[in-house]
Every structure is written in C-alpha cells, then in structure tokens.
Design a protein around this ligand. Sequence first.
Ligand code: GUN
Length: 283
Amino acid sequence: MELINGKEIQAFTLTHIGKEVESLKEKGVEICLAVIIVGNDPASRVYVNNKKKACANVGITSLEYALPQETTTEELIALIDKLNADKSVNGILCQMPVPKQIDKQAVIDAILPEKDVDCFHPVNIGKLSLGRTEILPCTPAGIIRMLEFSGVKIEGSRAVIIGRSDIVGKPMAMLLLNHSATVTVCHSKTVDLPSVTRQADILISAVGKPDIVTEDMVKEGAVVIDVGMNRNSEGKLCGDVDFEKVAPHCSKITPVPGGVGPMTITMLMENTLTAAKAQNNLL
Ligand code: GUN
C-alpha cells in the first residue's frame, strides 16, 4: 500500500504555476483573483484564508470581499457585476455555502463563465460534458492530477464514485469519462452499494460521512480516493474511508488531511492562471 501525498503533489504543481505567473508578469500580465465570502461560517473562513495564502505563494494578487450575513442576492450580484466588468480581475469565486436568503444558483449564473474559476457556471459544466475544457472543476481536476502523478492508469479502468454532488460527484464522472474510464456514480438510493464499489479499480468517495467506506466495499489492490472532510466523534479531522481497515487492501490511498484537500486549492490556482491566459489571448 502506498500513500498518495497531496501535499507533495501540491508543492510540485504550485512551483510550476508560480514560474508561469512570474513569466506572465515579465510580459506585463498581472493575475488577480477576487474572493467573496458572505457571513461568518468558520469553515468557509478557513478555506478562504487558505485560498488567499495559495495566491500569495504563486504570485497571484487576491482581493477579499467579506460581506455581512444579511446580504441580499441583489447586493451580492451587484458586486459580481462590478468584478465582471473590471478588466484587472481575472477570476471570481464566491465561497459556498452562502446564507439561505441568497439565491445560490443566481449567484453562480452571474459570474462570467470566463472568470468562473470554480467551474460552477452552467456554461462551463456544459463545456466539461462536451470535453471542451479550459477551466476545470477544482476537486475533480485535482484528483485526476493525483492519479496521473502517482502513475495510475485511468483509461480503461473501472471508476466508481460515491456521491452525486454538483461540485464533486457529477463533474468527477464527466472528467473521468473524458479520460476514458468506465464510470459508475453511486448515491443514497443505490441498491447494494458494496457490490458496485467492489468492482472499482478506482474508488472515489465524496459523501461527507466518517467511515462509510468499509473494508468489504473495496476490491483488493484498488486505488481509493477520499474526498471527505469530516470530524469524527472525537472532533478529529477525517475522511469518508475507514482508513485503518481499508488501507491494507489498497494499492494506493489518499490520507485525510493531506490528500485531496491541498489539490483542490492547487487547481483553483491553475484555473486562475488559465483564465488570465485566455483573457490575454495567451492560451
Ligand atoms: N465550498 C466548498 N467547496 C468549495 C469550492 O470548491 N468553491 C467554492 N467557491 N466554495 C466551496
């Protein structure tokens, strides 16, 4: 069993991105990401801080817009419109979740597709489904990058995803299909989940519940990718996979923390770079 080290792959990738950002600066192109956070969700605050740190690390300017909890959809979209029109802003993201009075879909739709570095906009999801990708969904793209870096063959493999969220499960299926895997998406209504997951050469769990992936669900020698970010009963950060029991059966597995998490932010940096290049006709 081998651990897939997200931190190491992150460091390698960020170094490469940093060099490209630097060379664009020499051509007079400064890259800027606008990060919007609404309200006081502590987890969102941690994510936003980590995104700003990653920007600083690679030489991308980050602008934070922290809006109060009671912000309306109209106020948030007014800010997005201003950032859409600002040529010095290459990427815009609104940290999710937003407070419940805000129409989340209207916010996603308001961000110009060419500045949508999360790849949440329907146009970008549509392009992904057609294999016409420039901006990629961050977590799924980070997972593909980890698999490639670790020498896992995706083409022709059987990939099983647990979870059908708009952010991870669905775009992950699309991206794996674009890489010629045979893809199955499982969810809460799947009948006999273990019989499906046991077929996986690559098993990806994106559910958000500790220990839902157990030993009996994993084929001997499978590659297991754990997207979960949970707290267990002792308050410790953990993934979806019962790591101690499952890991001995895997050829490769991602830890939590230090697996998928760092790669999500890394791909956000790559998307911001790609967006800036596209906007300057440098792709
Ligand atoms: N909330 C959880 N994950 C994400 C993400 O990738 N992007 C944004 N904007 N919000 C999130």
